[in-house]
Design a protein around this ligand. Structure first.
Ligand code: GGG
Length: 359
């Protein structure tokens, strides 16, 4: 029994198209659930806003969002604005300001979906990637000297705090215990080459692991992990890695499990003092923007993660079940999955199946 304040930032590219379907599904499940409602406020921020104002969001943008119960986010990026301007102007400041330190990215090979890796059947691949989300290689620490001269000097530093590193590693172990199954956590670093930050990460991983003797552990170098995700994806269960490595590995995991169009992401504020944010892993995808070709299921799965996070587990289960049925029946799927349905038709189908589950 709750009314939630939801901040919606559809953003750029295909963001508005997939967010429209996510909201359609959210409204439908809320309408079916006694006492559940969402007061949504749309924030028209992103690259168009930047063209008008020189900023990706207003100066007090984060203040405006801070009293929301959750943020639903589409995508960021524009072919005519440098990527570091769009990303550093909206998404990354939000993750840092709201201390959304724990990024959770599940990757599952669902019934009805074909993996590009030969011989993998539904259920064979089922992993969750825990991405450190507020520091690491994405910390805006560095500088550029003598630009454009022969002495040009550029420094980009990584930031690894004990608090941040412990938090993400502990969150991965806690999830492994809750999840059951293989009971395995794989930590991914590059500690043979990065002898400060990544050796530190390995040490923290070993320390935290002692608190979870029931969980099997593994440490892989990122190059090995990238190979293994392609050749033996079924070996992975829970993966924990730094901001950059987990960002890259989660894209590999998404394509191995069928499509970037299926990969959701939760950006969790562990203390609950700020809103958490839910988004598809994919970006703006300019090549298909405005063509109704985008797969909205990543956003719909992100909506389910948001419902779950808010404690609306029954509604989350219903959304997941309707999305899975859509995939399994394969009648209404987008081109990335071999179908010909539009973005809107997939959203409509999930809503239809939600309705039929209740009847
Ligand atoms: N839906 C998320 C999005 O727009 N992703 C684009 C991107 O470049 N993301 C980088 C990141 O997640 O750190």
């Amino acid at each position: 029994m709750a009314e939630y304040n939801l901040a919606v930032i559809a953003g750029d590219g295909i963001g508005p198209e997939v967010i429209a379907e996510g909201r359609k599904v959210l409204d439908a499940v809320a309408a079916q659930t006694d006492g559940l409602s969402f007061r949504a406020v749309e924030y028209p921020w992103g690259s168009d806003y930047y063209r008008e104002t020189g900023r990706m969001m207003p100066e007090d943008g984060l203040d405006q969002l801070s009293s929301s119960d959750a943020v639903l986010f589409g995508a960021v990026g524009d072919p005519n604005i440098p990527d570091h301007v769009t990303l550093q102007g909206l998404l990354l400041p939000m993750r840092r300001a709201f201390d959304q330190a724990i990024c959770v990215r599940p990757a599952v090979l669902f019934p009805g979906v074909e993996s590009p890796i030969a011989g993998k059947a539904a259920g064979d691949v089922d992993m969750v990637i825990f991405r450190e989300n507020t520091e690491g290689e994405y910390a805006p620490v560095g500088g550029r000297l003598y630009a454009g001269t022969a002495h040009e000097t550029v420094i980009q530093s990584g930031v690894f705090t004990r608090r941040g590193t412990e938090r993400i590693i502990r969150a991965a172990f806690e999830h492994s215990v809750r999840r059951g199954g293989k009971n395995k956590v794989t930590s991914v670093t590059k500690s043979n080459a990065q002898a400060f930050s990544m050796v530190f990460w390995d040490e923290v991983f070993e320390d935290v692991a002692t608190e979870y003797p029931q969980v099997q552990t593994e440490s892989l170098l990122v190059d090995r992990a990238a190979m293994d995700l392609v050749r033996w994806p079924e070996d992975f269960d829970v993966i924990v890695a730094s901001n950059l490595f987990a960002d890259i590995l989660s894209d590999i995991a998404a394509v191995v499990t069928g499509s970037m169009g299926l990969a959701p992401s939760a950006n969790i504020n562990p203390e609950g003092t700020f809103p958490s944010m839910f988004e598809p892993v994919h970006g703006a995808a300019f090549d298909i923007t405005g063509k109704s070709l985008a797969n909205p299921l990543a956003t719909i799965f992100a909506v389910a993660m948001m419902l779950d996070h808010l404690g609306e587990t029954e509604a989350a289960d219903r959304v997941n079940a309707a999305a899975l049925q859509t995939l399994n029946e394969r009648q209404v799927v987008t081109g990335d999955l071999g179908g010909s349905a539009s973005t809107q038709q997939v959203g409509d189908e999930v809503v239809r199946l939600l309705g039929s589950a209740v009847d």
